[in-house]
Design a protein around this ligand. Structure first.
Ligand code: ADP
Length: 403
């Protein structure tokens, strides 16, 4: 069974075609600069790489190009479109309605559209991708997999903010959390690697990419996570501030004569690692700078690590203990120095011990703690596309059985 996984952003479509017989990716790529001059598609068939320069004004044209390329004699991997048995879509915001993945019909589409209020930047391109796929592949089942769904198990004590309760009732202002597909995948995978039952473990997952979040997964369920009503809350990120005193927002508006939107942009796009360092949002450059003795880069890295360590402490309290810590995503998978410094500088009191040699890896599944460490610490590369494909396959097969 071939499943096409689609992740539509505002000006891009990332895709993977996965053969679910062996879960192998048979083709993947990226359509970028949709609606912008210089749009193109980067496509991979096994180890062969192709770039197609083409005017791609919208998501439908992009998806149509993708379907042509997948069937192309030279670049393609399928005979015709009937080889694609299902499409899985990443959808950022499922609100309180979706606690799991669902088959998309008109009613589900409407519910996703209602969540545009909560995710005005993310849900519209997701919807554009879904609509294009429904039009171009009308007989193929489509499934939505939500970034927020895994965190719907959070209890009220974790998801309610201490503001007048009516705002929760009127506007659904609460913590939702994001990166749920990643937190779900790496926490489960860690239990498998350790040969332990997922339902018996207290796991903290650190998803450290451009966007970053941390989650407390107790006995297989997310009970708290650092991103909140929007992805702005929590850890220091590439360009997002993460936690701050909300009074800074109104203060900045006043002293810099800024609009609410301008402050929002500063906190989302000009803050975090970029804002602190003035160098870059890319952790590689910060690490290099810190290793070369640049004090600003060193301070930025210290603040980034300190925030993560504080959250680990908080979630150890939230779960009344920890068995496992997992590092994942761009920074988590590829930065031995960051993992070592967080564990050695802050987490010794939890009985955590890191094996420096084992920790000297990038992008591999590995247990980096010593055998006598009280908490197992792992690196687990995330794979959100695989989770989307698995959920899609499961839902489509369940639907078929019910017919
Ligand atoms: P996204 O959130 O966009 O999916 P990724 O998970 O791909 O992001 O993470 C991207 C980030 O990972 C980059 O901005 C960079 O800071 C970081 N990164 C990638 N490789 C390394 C590395 N070797 N060392 C440190 N950081 C890295």
């Amino acid at each position: 069974m071939l499943v096409l996984v689609i992740n539509s952003g505002s000006s891009s479509i990332k895709y993977q075609l996965i053969d679910m017989k062996n879960e192998k990716v048979i083709s993947k790529g990226l359509i970028e600069r949709i609606g912008i001059e210089g749009s193109r598609m980067k496509h991979r068939k096994n180890d062969e790489r192709f770039t197609i320069e083409r005017n791609i004004p919208n998501h439908e044209v992009g998806l149509s190009l993708l379907l042509d390329v997948l069937q192309d004699e030279k670049m393609g991997v399928i005979k015709d479109l009937s080889d694609i048995k299902a499409v899985g879509h990443r959808v950022v915001h499922g609100g309180e309605r979706f606690a799991g993945s669902v088959r998309i019909d008109n009613e589900v589409l409407k519910a996703i559209e209602e969540n545009i209020k909560l995710a005005p930047l993310h849900n519209p391109p997701n919807i554009a991708g879904i609509k294009a796929a429904m039009k171009l592949l009308p007989d193929v089942p489509q499934v939505a997999v939500f970034d927020t769904a895994f965190h719907q198990t959070m209890p009220k004590i974790a998801y309610l903010y201490a503001i007048p309760y009516e705002y929760y009732e009127k506007y659904k202002i609460r913590r939702y959390g994001f990166h749920g597909t990643s937190h779900r995948y790496v926490s489960k995978r860690a239990a498998e690697i350790l040969g332990k039952r997922y339902e018996e473990l207290k796991i903290i997952t650190c998803h450290l990419g451009n966007g970053a979040s941390i989650a407390a997964v107790k006995y297989g369920k997310s009970i708290d996570t650092s991103m909140g009503f929007t992805p702005l809350e929590g850890l220091v990120m590439g360009t997002r501030s993460g936690d701050l005193d909300p009074a800074i927002v109104t203060y900045l508006q006043e002293v810099e004569n800024l609009s609410a939107n301008e402050v929002y942009e500063i906190l989302n796009k000009k803050s975090g690692v970029l804002g602190l360092s003035g160098i870059s949002s890319d952790m590689r450059e910060i690490e290099d700078g810190a290793l070369e003795g640049d004090p600003t880069a060193r301070l930025t890295l210290d603040i980034y690590e300190y925030r993560i360590a504080k959250y680990i402490g908080a979630y150890a309290a939230a779960m009344n203990g920890i068995d496992v810590i997992v590092f994942t995503a761009g920074v988590g998978e590829n930065s031995p120095i960051l993992r070592e410094e967080i564990c050695e500088n802050y987490l010794e009191y939890l009985g955590i011990k890191i094996d420096k040699k084992k920790n000297d890896v990038k992008g591999e599944e590995v247990i980096i703690s010593t055998s006598d460490s009280k908490v197992s610490v792992l690196v687990v590369p995330t794979n959100e596309e695989l989770v989307i494909a698995r959920d899609t396959k499961e839902i489509v097969e369940r639907n078929l059985r019910e017919l």
